[in-house]
Design a protein around this ligand. Structure first.
Ligand SMILES: [Zn+2]
Length: 295
């Protein structure tokens, strides 16, 4: 699909305009103005992801990100039922507090909730609002497995992945608007073809690869976080193995599956990161190994 999108885009950009079609053309001034505004935005929006140091383009102010996180969290909590499983609730709090203690996230107001739902999912919103659904706990098996899930989700928030994606989508929409405006004098059919090609190109060429990149980065930051918090990082590949088996069984695939990279790729990446994480684990202030069993 990605290839198809780019072929359509190229064919459109370089083909000769047909009769009655003035084709796609930006004046030099319009082009300079677009490039200039992109450059200014880039300089204003640069940040670095924690631990990986990757440069990011984020336009959303941190204050707005935090308040969006709080609103979304309040919304989810108001529509959910809290878990009654006290042993699991205690494990979620204990594990969360240990990860939060090493997360180096000033300004985060941490909250950890376990929700009564068979959904195999979890999330952490900007500002440190963490929710775990009961359905994923049996896959975790022990506290270290829970730490794999929680530190992966917390890593997304620490690295501002949500704000980065919102910024990318805003950028893509802005570029789409510029394209639409630049083509306002073309025939409707040509315009529609180009906008469709642009949509496919950005979806498969920019947005989806970035989404997979965020997942890999959350794995990388997450395994370091759990190790620093004192949980044996060797549990991470074991958890992903169980997760992969759950996906390939007859049961419905866990919700995480739809947005995360392939298990083979994830296992290979984690194996590469494990030695460094084991070093961090060895120098952790307290070590809990696999922690308590949960099932
Ligand atoms: Zn993720």
């Amino acid at each position: 699909m990605a290839k198809e999108g780019w072929i359509l885009m190229n064919r459109f950009l370089y083909q000769k305009p047909s009769q009655g079609d003035r084709g796609f053309r930006l004046s030099r001034r319009q082009l300079l103005a677009s490039m200039g505004s992109l450059g200014v935005s880039y300089c204003c929006g640069c940040r670095s992801a924690p631990m990986t140091g990757r440069r990011q383009l984020v336009f959303i102010p941190k204050s707005m990100e935090m308040s969006l996180g709080e609103q979304s969290y309040a919304d989810v909590i108001s529509k959910s039922t809290p878990s009654q499983n006290q042993a699991w609730i205690d494990a979620v709090h204990r594990t969360g507090q240990r990860i939060a203690a090493v997360a180096n996230a000033p300004g985060f107001q941490w909250e950890f909730r376990l929700l009564a739902s068979p959904t195999q999912n979890a999330f952490c919103l900007p500002g440190g609002k963490v929710a775990i659904y009961e359905g994923i706990v049996p896959l975790c098996q022990n506290e270290a497995g829970l730490a794999v899930v929680m530190s992966h989700e917390i890593a997304h928030a620490l690295a501002h992945h949500g704000a980065e994606r919102m910024s990318q989508q805003a950028g893509v929409q802005g570029a789409g608007a510029v394209l639409g405006w630049a083509m306002s004098e073309t025939t409707p059919m040509t315009r529609e073809l180009a906008m469709r090609a642009f949509g496919t190109g950005t979806q498969y060429g920019i947005l989806l690869p970035y989404s997979r990149h965020h997942e890999s980065e959350a794995d990388e930051i997450g395994i370091q976080l759990m190790a620093k918090a004192g949980y044996d990082p060797a549990e991470a590949p074991l958890f992903w193995g169980r997760f992969g088996n759950a996906k390939s069984s007859d049961q419905a695939p866990p919700e995480w599956a739809s947005t995360h990279p392939s298990d083979q790729r994830r296992a290979a990446d984690l194996a590469q990161k494990l030695p460094q994480a084991l070093d961090l684990y060895q120098s952790a202030a307290s070590r809990y190994g696999r922690g308590e069993r949960l099932v």
